[in-house]
Design a protein around this ligand. Structure first.
Ligand code: NAP
Length: 248
């Protein structure tokens, strides 16, 4: 029986690449998405082509009931979850704090932080030896923005990622004796649609001169790090927030 991995926001970008790499490593995968059902199904086909099982599930990470429904559907379709990658995330619009509206701030916190806490709750209820589970791995996709603060771009987003780092450290300690490891990856700027969706399609080219490597990252470079954290031999890494950011 393959281990079961849930990846939130896996219809495109970093999440989709994690799904393909994890399929190659033998995980059965739930591909969560918000609205891109067709693209999620395309990722599922790539996953199945690796000889493992895949399901897609639409659930808004900003809505508790939908997150609960996602975990229930995975229980019924693939079996008990072993791994959770909290990848779904939004930046909200580009703006300074003095231009920020409450809707943007609230939505970014709801999806990036509250959603991450609720998925973690559902995962721990299934993975923890305290609840009769066999253990597992939780990986949160933070951002190097949590260290840089993203002034003039989206401090609200950076702040949400700072919260993810802290919840990673706290949860890792909380469940350390329950056979669950919790870590975060902090990507630098990566070539995905997230930039165009926040109104900055050329953001990587515009910032290339500020980047030590002179380039942004590719989704597979983030997925490689996630796979390292998922690895069975990686038994002593927990509570770590690891920059994968090209020396930023
Ligand atoms: P992306 O290309 O915009 O993809 C975002 C994914 O999240 C999509 O699958 C999207 O689903 C899903 N999603 C968005 N809102 C959702 C919601 N409310 N509920 C469920 N799923 C939702 O983003 P990405 O660049 O791959 O980013 C992935 C993660 O890496 C995010 O947490 C992001 O903050 C983090 N990150 C990215 C960068 C970067 O430069 N790209 C840098 C640092 C950190 P639909 O397709 O259905 O909308």
């Amino acid at each position: 029986m393959n281990r079961v991995l849930i990846i939130t926001g896996a219809s495109r970008g970093i999440g989709a690449e994690i799904a393909v790499q994890a399929a190659r490593a033998g995980f059965d995968i739930c591909i969560n998405y918000a609205s891109s059902g067709e693209r999620a199904e395309q990722v599922a086909q790539q996953v199945r082509a690796e000889g493992v099982r895949a399901m897609t599930f639409q659930a808004d990470m900003g809505a508790e009931a939908e997150i609960v429904a996602l975990f229930k559907a995975v229980d019924e379709t693939l079996g008990t979850v072993y791994g959770l990658v909290n990848n779904a995330g939004i930046t909200g619009k580009f703006c300074r704090v003095d231009e920020l509206d409450i809707e943007t701030a609230q939505r970014v916190i709801d999806v990036n932080v509250v959603g991450c806490l609720i998925t973690a709750r559902e995962a721990v209820r299934r993975m923890s030896t305290k609840h009769g589970g066999k253990g597992g791995v939780i990986i949160n996709i933070s951002s190097i923005a949590s260290k840089l603060g993203s002034p003039g771009e989206y401090v609200h987003y950076a702040a949400s990622k700072g919260a993810i780092d802290v919840l990673t450290i706290g949860l890792a300690k909380e469940v350390a004796k329950e056979n669950i490891r919790v870590n975060a990856i902090m990507p630098g700027i990566v070539d995905t649609e997230i930039h165009a969706n926040s109104g900055r399609p050329n953001r990587i080219a515009e910032r290339a001169h500020l980047l030590p490597m002179g380039r942004g990252g590719q989704p597979e470079e983030i997925a490689n790090a996630v796979m390292w954290l998922l690895d069975d031999n990686n038994t002593f890494t927990s509570g770590a927030c690891i920059p994968v950011a090209g020396a930023v």
